[in-house]
Write a protein that binds this ligand. Structure first.
Ligand code: R5P
Length: 293
């Protein structure tokens, strides 16, 4: 078995290979070329189960292109079974046509990945209303791993929470709050959110008992941070003792970290589906565990 790391996910791929106790090959990029990833010694893949790990976060198109090159290379060099691991699945947020004439970009990306005939695809917390429903549109076997339990455990270990409540900042995040709470045996709930624009959201306070408690907001991703900032404000008004902001994918655009800290978050934690200064919870053991099974 061989794990190949795309340049966006080198550290994570190396960790996955350690957990699987197998060889790791990093993708290379040539300066002054067209930037596609290539492998120095592709002959090694022949007859080997090959796991390609590449998140398709920003720069999304470049990272997808590298994933396609790696998939194509693995096919050409006759890897035995090819697993594409796309921990952060770029364009997954465009899961419907909001305006006529728009592409459903998530479907477009799935079609493109399937062009290269991988044997299976894994992703982590695919942006979806239901954790598993969006996998139906793959024709290749596809699996979604949730990082919520790992995030909750890491947060509890790091901040020594006593009696926390995990809260999803919107109805969709209810799943992550529930799954995280099961891992640390805590309470959970969720808020009601309405999106007003790309960076603006309105969150309706619910009748939550958070006064004097450690509150952990948990979501699939932090983008601009607008959702977290709004939710933190509401929880502070409700006299939460401390508020933490936790997500699987720290996309972190437009000064998200500063804004969340300024809003009063005591701590921010993400997973390493995307490398960032808050990516302290590793999904490597989860990915390796699923592949072993
Ligand atoms: C939305 O449904 C997602 O689960 C996140 O809440 C959202 O993408 C976060 O975006 P932002 O940080 O820009 O508010």
């Amino acid at each position: 078995m061989i794990v190949v790391g795309g340049s966006e996910s080198l550290k994570l791929a190396r960790d996955v290979s350690r957990h699987l106790d197998c060889e790791f090959i990093p993708s290379q990029k040539e300066e002054f070329s067209d930037e596609g990833g290539f492998l120095k010694d592709p002959g090694k893949l022949k007859g080997e189960k090959t796991i390609l790990v590449q998140s398709t976060c920003y720069p999304t198109n470049e990272n997808y292109m590298e994933l396609f090159h790696l998939l194509d290379t693995a096919k050409k060099w006759k890897a035995d079974k090819i697993t594409a691991v796309v921990p952060y699945f770029g364009y997954a947020r465009q899961d419907k046509r909001f305006e006529p004439g728009e592409a459903i970009s998530r479907q477009t990306m799935i079609k493109l990945i399937e062009t290269f005939n991988p044997d299976q695809v894994y992703t982590v917390d695919l942006h979806a209303h239901d954790i598993n429903c969006n996998l139906d549109i793959f024709t290749t076997p596809a699996y979604n791993i949730t990082a919520a339990p790992a995030l909750a455990k890491k947060g509890k270990e790091k901040w020594d929470w006593d009696n926390p409540i995990l809260i999803g900042p919107d109805e969709n995040a209810e799943k992550w709050a529930r799954k995280g709470s099961e891992a640390i045996d805590s309470d959970w709930d969720y808020l009601i959110k309405k999106r007003l624009g790309p960076t603006e959201v309105e969150i309706t306070p619910k009748n939550l008992e958070v006064e004097g408690r450690e509150v952990v907001l948990i979501d699939d991703m932090i983008g601009t941070g607008g959702t977290m900032v709004e939710a933190i404000g509401i929880l502070k008004d409700k006299r939460a003792k401390e508020v933490y902001s936790v997500c699987t994918h720290p996309v972190l655009s437009e000064g998200a970290l500063e804004n969340i800290r300024e809003a009063g978050a005591k701590g921010i934690l993400g997973s390493n589906t995307i490398e960032s200064e808050v990516s302290e919870a590793s999904v490597a053991p989860l990915i390796a565990g699923e592949i072993k099974n």
